[in-house]
Ligand binder design. Structure first.
Ligand SMILES: *Cc1c(COP(=O)(O)O)cnc(C)c1O
Length: 376
């Protein structure tokens, strides 16, 4: 088996795998399960610094994005889709599927959204039911300052939906202070559980908007309305994936214990970026790299697939390419969750130096050693 240094899924702790193999109860019938689910939701809310209610959904991270759009969008609703990356733009599809009218605010993909430029746009047009924005848009690794953007959108009376799937637990998140109405997360990124679960934290304002719809939600599985009363009624809209939730509970426990987590992500990410530049490679972004992933331009004359294959087959380390408009142009090094540790990242960088050399690009340093030297 290889080390999975991708920007999700990430490497999973043995205790999380063990928790998933525990004998399980009937989640529809046994009220103890409802208590356990509720406890994990409450712990997630604590980590996200919110008093809003959290719901864990049975499905991958993408489900949380679609569920937010399905639950808020009514036919004809104008929705502001903030687009400086592939996931950012992708929200427009969900809005359309549920009958909404997405209005794209498209800016350069090489840097974060600028708050003041967005404000100028909003001065001209702010008639939106809600806005969508991605915290870390993983294909490019850009980190948007949702702590600035969301409170500003709320000043204009716009609800906020944030995709923080690839940022939360590796970057600071303060849902209440930042006025985020629905934040979306997943199990397989910095939380380092296997893929399979999504979760959302939903504000009272978003609940109000959902409960006061004029038309029903055009989905059952994607409707958050079906979850709102689960705890009072001890009822779930479908059988919860109980083993996945046992694993998630253990992953949440580990994250709660790891108090140095955010600082470590930042320390490692800064050293990786400095190292990559020192080696003579170039980062995809002008600025605003997230602490969870580093995105590097593929050197001239080399194929991304050759880098990835050599890394996997000769060095036992899986890294990733990208997709959409970035396909073939960049490689991505994941350092989120359990992967944000010095040993694995140093090993990945040493292997990358060797791989590139083999393929015809000589780095100006041994990146593994340089990384250790540059750790702040
Ligand atoms: C991983 C990811 C998701 C969820 O995608 P899945 O394919 O369900 O894992 C959503 N948004 C971003 C920014 C992501 O990186």
């Amino acid at each position: 088996m290889y080390k999975m240094m991708t920007p999700g899924p990430t490497m999973t702790a043995p205790s999380v795998l063990q928790a998933r193999s525990r004998e399980f109860v009937n989640p529809d019938v046994d009220p103890d399960f409802c208590e356990e689910y509720h406890r994990v939701c409450t712990e997630l809310a604590g980590l996200l610094d919110t008093r809003n209610e959290v719901f864990i959904l049975g499905g991958e991270g993408i489900l949380s994005l679609e569920a937010a759009c399905a639950s808020l969008t009514e036919p004809g609703d104008r929705v502001l889709v903030i687009d400086n990356g592939i996931f950012g733009r992708g929200f427009a599809d969900f809005v359309k599927i549920y009958g909404g009218d997405p209005v794209l605010y498209t800016v350069d993909y090489h840097r974060p959204v600028e708050a003041e430029a967005l404000r100028e746009f909003l001065e001209g047009d702010h008639d939106f039911k809600y806005a969508t924005v991605v915290h870390c848009d993983t294909p490019s690794g850009v980190l948007n300052d949702i702590g600035l953007l969301c409170p500003m959108l709320k000043e204009y009376g716009i609800l906020t939906v944030v995709d923080s799937v690839a940022a939360m637990f590796g970057e600071e998140v303060h849902v209440d202070e930042w006025k985020i109405d629905i934040i979306c997360g997943g199990s397989q990124k910095a939380l380092s559980a296997p893929p399979g679960l999504a979760f959302v934290a939903v504000s009272p304002e978003a609940v109000y908007a959902m409960r006061n719809r004029k038309t029903p939600v055009a989905s059952f599985y994607c409707s958050l309305l079906t979850f709102l009363d689960y705890y009072r009624e001890k009822w779930f809209p479908y059988t919860m994936p109980v083993s996945d939730i046992y694993g998630l509970a253990e992953a949440v426990r580990l994250v709660r214990e790891d108090t140095d987590r955010i600082r470590r992500h930042h320390r490692i990410a800064a050293a990786v970026r400095d190292t990559v530049k020192e080696a003579g490679l170039s980062l995809y972004l002008d600025n605003g790299d997230a602490a969870t992933v580093t995105v590097i331009r593929v050197p001239e004359g080399i194929r991304d697939s050759d880098i990835i294959q050599t890394m996997k087959e000769e060095h036992g380390i899986l890294i990733s390419g990208s997709f959409g408009v970035l396909a073939g142009r960049v490689i991505r090094l994941g350092h989120m969750g359990n992967n944000a540790n010095i040993e694995d990242v140093a090993q990945m960088l040493t292997a990358l130096s060797k791989t590139l050399k083999q393929l015809g690009f000589s780095c100006q340093c041994d990146m593994g050693k340089e990384f250790i030297k540059r750790l702040p």
